[in-house]
Design a protein around this ligand. Sequence first.
Ligand SMILES: [Zn+2]
Length: 124
Amino acid sequence: MLKKGTKLFSILKRKCPHCQEGEFFVSGPYNFKNLGKVHESCSVCKESFSKEPGFYYGAMYVSYALGVAVFVAVFLLTYLFYPNPGAFEYILFIGIAMVVLGPFLYSLSKIIWANLFMSYKKKI
Ligand SMILES: [Zn+2]
């Protein structure tokens, strides 16, 4: 069960880290016109989504960790389910996974980063 008030709720539902009601992103992860674009502030609670200039540069660290996780997962899946994989198959499948999941991981890293520094504030 995904409970409101937890950081996981905000991350998976892509909601504002403060009130968890307003939308965090301008659009979905695969809308290439607004790729990973975050609203200036929450439409519901009016909290700013950008604490300082360049705040989301830090999301690179999260993105790197997610990338490594995908790399390991695809590597293991290839090892387990592909008959006798060679270097080419590993590179191919990991490359495909990175390209396909790239936009999703990019937006996911931003909202995880935001959730590291912003916390849920229950409405009174
Ligand atoms: Zn909000």
